[in-house]
Ligand binder design. Structure first.
Ligand code: NAP
Length: 243
């Protein structure tokens, strides 16, 4: 058993939840964050408790700098060092750009992009002290090629991709690696708005003939977290050959 700690945003559902389970099963302490109803992560805490691992749970809106800073104050007060960060929390917004309200635009930008800055700003000083750390950002293929009716979402993920590349260069001399996964279509609540017909049509366009699973992404996140220091600044596309 080792003492490494991973912080995962958006751990209540989908990719974040699978990622938390994977790291717990591999013996990591976890700091897990969601926006609403912390009790939905109780089973993850129980799993960590059973394995004698530390599990801190926070209900925190990561689109708020103040809220993010508050949880880091608590983490620091508990003297916990973070080794790995998975910036996973995100929302999608589907619709024509001209119909999007300014509030919806700001919420998408702040949740998907500014949150990554807020978390990194708080976590980097501790990683610099240890001269060690991994930051893994969960992005999307739409941040590479752009999606119709998802302009704001594509913008945030394109931003996350360049944030990743630029920060990787800035932090490489300090032995902190920064990478992103550009996911294709993954079977989570984020795609629950799709009708069965839409789902089938979409899957027909994916060379593997199906959506990815959250567990598949969690395994890749885990592998990146355990890759060597020469692997940094990469946007790893995991999309079943879609783009
Ligand atoms: P999901 O099932 O909808 O889960 C989203 C998670 O993010 C939930 O835990 C949610 O917490 C959390 N979250 C949302 N807004 C938040 C906020 N303001 N503060 C804190 N937590 C917040 O989504 P998913 O499909 O697993 O997506 C995870 C990541 O993968 C996202 O960044 C998404 O853009 C990316 N991605 C997904 C797909 C896909 O097809 N599913 C494709 C490409 C990229 P609550 O439960 O409290 O709301």
């Amino acid at each position: 058993m080792h003492n490494k700690t991973v912080l995962i945003t958006g751990a209540s559902r989908g990719i974040g939840r699978s990622t938390a389970k994977k790291f717990i099963s591999e013996g990591y302490n976890v700091i897990i964050i969601c926006k609403n109803d912390i009790s939905r992560m109780n089973d993850l805490k129980q799993l960590a408790d059973t394995n004698n691992l530390i599990c801190l749970m926070y209900e925190c809106d990561v689109s708020s700098y103040e809220a993010v800073t508050n949880i880091f104050n608590d983490i620091h007060a508990k003297n916990i060092n973070i080794d790995i960060v998975v910036n996973n929390a995100g929302i999608s917004h589907v619709g024509l750009l001209q119909d999007m309200t300014v509030e919806e635009w700001n919420s998408t930008i702040n949740t998907n992009l500014s949150s990554v800055f807020y978390i990194c700003k708080n976590v980097i000083p501790g990683m610099l002290k240890k001269h060690n750390g991994k930051i893994i950002n969960i992005s999307s293929i739409w941040g590479i090629v752009g999606a119709s009716c998802e302009v704001a979402y594509s913008t945030t993920k394109g931003g996350v991709n360049l944030f990743t590349k630029a920060l990787a260069k800035e932090l490489a001399p300090s032995n902190i690696q920064v990478n992103a996964i550009a996911c294709g279509v993954i079977d989570t609540d984020m795609n629950s708005h799709l009708s069965n017909e839409d789902k089938q049509n979409l899957e027909a366009e994916i060379p593997t003939g199906r959506m990815g699973t959250p567990d598949e992404i969690a395994n890749i996140i885990y592998d990146i977290a355990n890759s060597g220091e020469y692997m940094t600044g990469q946007i790893i596309t995991v999309d079943g050959g879609f783009i």
